[in-house]
Design a protein around this ligand. Structure first.
Ligand code: HEM
Length: 129
């Protein structure tokens, strides 16, 4: 189409690569989150999150080509996600968003990303504790 997507506006693949790489570096060091991940290697999980976010923001649709409909709430059902896990996830994501410079991510785009992550993390909560 004639409209640039949010994905294009914030620097495309390179930006999402940086975002998920910093996010998973934080997850790897987080004592709440790290034990929740079933695989030793966080690389595949990092790639799935990157593909999902790229697709969500108007980039390539590789996530759905490989994984089908996201159904994220269902896919998180095996994990106990309460306020503590949500806050740990958001802390890692805020660090990741903060690592993207202002030329790449201006204030309105940054705010849109933060708002989305807070909404999405809340929607994944499946336990009161
Ligand atoms: C998968 C934890 C929120 C997107 C996973 C996995 C864990 C996890 C343990 C399995 C790792 C894997 O094999 O991929 C959490 C926790 C959250 C949270 C504790 C706290 C709220 C979110 C949010 C999003 C998200 C807000 C999206 C914005 C994904 C995606 C996958 C995934 C795309 C891979 C799904 C697939 O199998 O295709 N998450 N997550 N997660 N998570 Fe989360």
């Amino acid at each position: 189409g004639v409209h640039r997507s949010f994905y294009d506006e914030v620097g495309g693949h390179e930006t999402f690569e940086k975002l998920t790489s910093v996010f998973y570096r934080e997850v790897a060091a987080d004592e709440i989150l790290r034990p929740m991940y079933p695989e030793e290697d966080l690389g595949p999980a990092e790639r799935r999150l990157r593909m999902f976010l790229e697709q969500y923001w108007g980039g390539p649709r590789t996530y759905s080509d490989e994984r089908g409909h996201p159904r994220l709430r269902m896919r998180h059902q095996p994990f106990t996600i309460g306020p503590i896990e949500r806050d740990a996830w958001l802390r890692c994501m805020h660090t990741a968003i903060a690592s993207i410079d202002d030329d790449t991510l201006d204030a309105p785009h940054r705010q849109a990303l933060v708002d989305y992550m807070e909404m999405a993390a809340q929607s994944m909560v499946n336990s009161p504790l």
